[in-house]
Design a protein around this ligand. Structure first.
Ligand SMILES: [Zn+2]
Length: 405
C-alpha cells in the first residue's frame, strides 16, 4: 500500500515536470518569466527536503553497509553518479534538517528545527542550511541552548538575502572606493568633521559594559568608547522609546551635522533591507512622502523638507535603486502601530518580492533582533507550557484520579 502511494506520487511528479519542460516560454511577459523562475526554485528547495527524508531512510536501514559501501557518501556517489562533495553536502543537510527516529520509530526533532521548516516551505535551500550550520558551529560551547535556538531562528529568517557572494563583494568594493574618494575632503567626511561616533544605550553608559556601535559599523567595548570620549567633544543624542531621534531641525536646505549625528545614532547605517554599509558610507537622504498619494509614493530624489522625520541614511548604491522605473524600490516612514514605527521602510520591486511587502533593515540592529527573537521564543514556550497544563487538567477532570495522558 505504502509502495503504491510512493509510486503514484513519483509518477505525478514526473508528469508535472513534463509540462514546463515543453511549454513555450517566448510568449511570456518578463514578469511571468521571473515568476516561473522563482516558483521553480521554491519547488526545487522543497524537493531537497524529500531528498533529506530519503537519506535518513537509507542510513537508518544501514543500506550502504548492506551493499558493502564504505559510507553513505560512497553509496550516494555511486548510486546517483554525483561528486563526493555533493554527496557529503546532502548528508550534512539531512543530518541538520532531516527528521530522524528512535529505534522504536518515534520522530526526533531536527537538529535545526527552524531551518527544517524553512526548507520544507521552500524558503531556503541546501546552501542556506550549510551556511547556517557553519555559523552555529562558531557559537561558544557554554552558550545556553535557548540562545542557540534563537540564533538559528534568526539565521533561518535572515537567509533571504538574495545577493550572490560575487555581487556582495562587488557592492562592498564599490562602496569602499566611493568611501575612499569622498574622504578626500580635508577635515570632513560627508559634511561632518572627522570624528569618532559611538552609539550605546543608557544602561551600557551607566554600567560601562557591553559593546558600542561605531559609525563605521565596528564594535568597541563601551569602556574604550568612553575613554575616547574623554578627549573629544561629546554630543548627546536622545531618542524616544521606539528609538526615534528627537526633532533637531526644521526646514533647512541641507542636513545639518546634528541631524546626521542623530540619524547615525538611530539608524547606524544604510537603511535598505540587507545592506551592511555602515553609517560612514552613507549620506543623509530626504524620504519625501507625497501627502494624499498612494501609500508608497515616496521619492528620495525629489528633495522636500529636511525635518529629521523625513530624512534617513542610505549608501550611494542603495540610493540609486530608489526610482519610479521598472525594478525600482520605494521608501516610506513606517506608521505608528506597526512593528517598527518611525523607521524607514523599503518596498522592494515585484521581481524581488511579488507581494511588495515593506521591510526595514535589521543588519545594524542585531541587538534588537535578538531581543525580539528571545521574547518570541519565551512567549511560544510559555504558550506550550500553558497548553500542556490545560490538557493535563482536563485529563484530571475526565478520569478524576490524576492519571492524565
Ligand atoms: Zn545600502
Amino acid at each position: 500500500m505504502a509502495e503504491d502511494r510512493v509510486k503514484h506520487h513519483l509518477a505525478a511528479l514526473h508528469d508535472a515536470v513534463e509540462g514546463p519542460l515543453d511549454a513555450p516560454l517566448t510568449g511570456l511577459p518578463d514578469d511571468d518569466v521571473i515568476d516561473v523562475l522563482r516558483r521553480l526554485e521554491t519547488t526545487l528547495r522543497r524537493t531537497a527536503a524529500v531528498g533529506h527524508r530519503l537519506v535518513v531512510e537509507v542510513m537508518e536501514r544501514s543500506i550502504p553497509g548492506n551493499l558493502d559501501c564504505r559510507s553513505i557518501t560512497d553509496f550516494l556517489t555511486q548510486t546517483l553518479r554525483i561528486s563526493g562533495a555533493d554527496a557529503a553536502r546532502r548528508v550534512r543537510g539531512a543530518t541538520k534538517v532531516g527528521t530522524w527516529h528512535t529505534p522504536t520509530g518515534v520522530d526526533l526533532d531536527p537538529a535545526l528545527p527552524e531551518s527544517a521548516r524553512a526548507v520544507r516551505d521552500g524558503d531556503i535551500g541546501p546552501d542556506h542550511v550549510a551556511a547556517i550550520a557553519t555559523i552555529l558551529r562558531k557559537i561558544p560551547h557554554n552558550t545556553p541552548i535557548e540562545r542557540i535556538e534563537v540564533a538559528e531562528a534568526i539565521l533561518a529568517t535572515a537567509a533571504r538575502d538574495t545577493r550572490t557572494a560575487v555581487q556582495r563583494n562587488h557592492d562592498a568594493l564599490e562602496a569602499g572606493l566611493r568611501h575612499l574618494h569622498s574622504s578626500g575632503v580635508l577635515g570632513s567626511h560627508r559634511g561632518l568633521p572627522v570624528t569618532v561616533i559611538a552609539t550605546m544605550t543608557v544602561q551600557q553608559l551607566e554600567d560601562a559594559t557591553g559593546l558600542a556601535t561605531t559609525g563605521t559599523g565596528g564594535l568597541v567595548p563601551v569602556r574604550d568608547a568612553l575613554r575616547m570620549a574623554e578627549k573629544a567633544h561629546p554630543v548627546l543624542a536622545v531618542f524616544d522609546h521606539h528609538g526615534r531621534p528627537l526633532h533637531l531641525g526644521r526646514s533647512k536646505r541641507l542636513a545639518s551635522a546634528d541631524q546626521r549625528l542623530a540619524l547615525i545614532a538611530a539608524s547606524r547605517g544604510c537603511t535598505r533591507p540587507g545592506c551592511d554599509a555602515p553609517a560612514s558610507m552613507t549620506a543623509v537622504r530626504p524620504k519625501h512622502f507625497v501627502q494624499g498619494g498612494p501609500p508608497y509614493v515616496t521619492e528620495w530624489n525629489k528633495g522636500g523638507r529636511t525635518d529629521i522625520d523625513s530624512l534617513d541614511l542610505a549608501c550611494d548604491h542603495c540610493h540609486a535603486l530608489v526610482h519610479d522605473g521598472p525594478g525600482g524600490w520605494r521608501t516610506r516612514t513606517a506608521a505608528d502601530g506597526t512593528a517598527h514605527p518611525g523607521r524607514t521602510e523599503w518596498i522592494p520591486p515585484a521581481h524581488l518580492d511579488p507581494t511588495r511587502t515593506p521591510r526595514v533593515n535589521h543588519r545594524h540592529h542585531l541587538d534588537r533582533t535578538v531581543a525580539q527573537a528571545l521574547d518570541n521564543h519565551r512567549a511560544r514556550r510559555d504558550a506550550e507550557a500553558r497548553e500542556h497544563r490545560r490538557r493535563w487538567n482536563r485529563g484530571v477532570d475526565e478520569t478524576g484520579d490524576g492519571d492524565a495522558p
